[in-house]
Design a protein around this ligand. Structure first.
Ligand SMILES: Nc1ncnc2c1ncn2[C@@H]1O[C@H](COP(=O)(O)OP(=O)(O)OP(=O)(O)O)[C@@H](O)[C@H]1O
Length: 361
């Protein structure tokens, strides 16, 4: 009797089509664990991606189908996301994962990622930084720990890589494992694997923010990343000149494309103006004025920060002491503000796009 009822519910749900396709949700394996408890029907709806735009439409269709075809009025659907179910154990205690990307090389993406990580750590957050810029890993140098060698630890019979900790930030970079000069000849799949391993096999423990410094442009690595982890969002770094902006648009479009659907938290305009140390009030717009700001407005995105060109930023990067370590300096303030805006942007991300803890079922 119960078996018949369960089959009946399943048959009804197999009439519900996933919007925009001719496939039904049962054959797509989106319906799991149908149960009947007294007067109540309970089942799980599994969506591939957390920011699936059809979550509520599918729920409504299921509810209507069951109400129309059975006596059941009490329907309890639990929505789960495949990505969360598959989330590796190493990321279980990571609240937000943010990709730092740029359309074009050399716009200061790694500088922004490094200083943002330090600024967040100074604000009391637990921060991790993965240097996925496989073809030019610069994070070890920027943190002054090029000689560091992460060690392995075994937990419950599984091996994990313990990140290097510097300035309160947990770091993993391909630069710790291979000679950076040889990384440039890596083929795409090798690079993608290295990224996957650092993210999934890192012994991250509890983190509020994990930042991932991506290679410039759009590549297989970007695809691997969105398939490996459920990103909270992406930050796009650009400089104000036209060539960089055109590439930034490509980056934004990639994250927002239907197959990827990662929310863009906002833009960071780097090298916005030049300020000489001896004339801190003066601004010289070397690369054009406010190109990033205008692009953000045009795309309806937040401008998370404007970072001036300052010699100290470059020197700090080379010396392994990110300028954000001095929050009272002009540049330190710019990164402190950037960190505050990133936190706000994450808080404002729609609930379903946020990954706060994994629920295993
Ligand atoms: N605002 C700034 N003021 C001064 N120098 C900067 C600034 N931003 C970045 N730089 C310097 O510019 C150079 C390139 O920066 P960075 O390595 O961060 O770029 P990137 O976009 O990550 O490059 P890629 O990913 O192509 O290797 C570095 O020497 C860095 O110190």
């Amino acid at each position: 009797m119960l078996q018949n009822q369960l089959k009946h519910i399943r048959d009804i749900l197999s009439e519900v089509k996933y919007p925009g396709t001719s496939k039904d949700i049962v054959s797509l394996d989106m319906v799991q664990g149908i149960k009947i408890e007294g007067e109540k029907v309970i089942f799980r709806l599994v969506f591939q991606k957390a920011n699936d735009p059809f979550v509520s439409a599918v729920k409504k269709k299921c509810e209507a189908a069951i109400r129309e075809n059975t006596e059941f009025k009490d329907i309890d659907m639990e929505v789960v996301f495949q990505q969360d179910l598959e989330r590796p154990l190493s990321l279980e205690k990571v609240s937000y994962i943010i990709a730092v990307s740029s359309g074009k090389g050399g716009v200061g993406k790694s500088t922004v990622a490094a200083n943002l990580a330090v600024a967040l750590a100074l604000q009391g957050y637990k921060v991790g930084l993965v240097d996925a810029d496989i073809f030019g890993p610069s994070i070890p140098k920027m943190f002054g720990c090029e000689e560091a060698q992460p060690y392995m630890t075994e937990v419950d019979g599984k091996e994990y890589i313990v990140p290097v900790e510097k300035y309160g930030v947990k770091l993993l970079s391909i630069g710790f494992f291979v000679d950076p000069a040889s990384a440039t000849v890596w083929r795409g799949p090798m690079a993608s694997n290295a990224l996957k391993q650092m993210v999934e096999q890192g012994y991250w423990e509890e983190l509020d923010y994990m930042l991932i410094d991506l290679p410039p442009g759009t590549s297989d690595i970007h695809l691997t990343l969105v398939q490996t982890v459920a990103l909270t969002g992406a930050i796009v770094v650009t400089t104000p000149q036209q060539v960089a902006l055109a590439d930034a648009v490509k980056g934004i479009n990639m994250f927002e494309s239907p197959g990827i659907q990662v929310p863009v938290l906002g833009l960071v305009e780097n090298m916005s103006w030049f300020t000489p140390a001896e004339l801190p009030e003066n601004k010289y717009y070397l690369f054009g004025k406010e190109g990033g700001k205008l692009l953000a407005e045009e795309k309806g995105l937040r401008l998370l920060g404007q970072i001036p060109v300052v010699q100290r930023i470059c020197e700090g990067g080379d010396a392994g002491t990110p300028v954000a370590l001095d929050p009272d300096s002009i540049t330190g303030k710019a990164f402190t503000e950037l960190a505050e805006h990133v936190v706000e942007a994450v808080e404002a991300t729609p609930d379903q796009a946020r990954r706060v803890r994994v629920q295993r079922h």
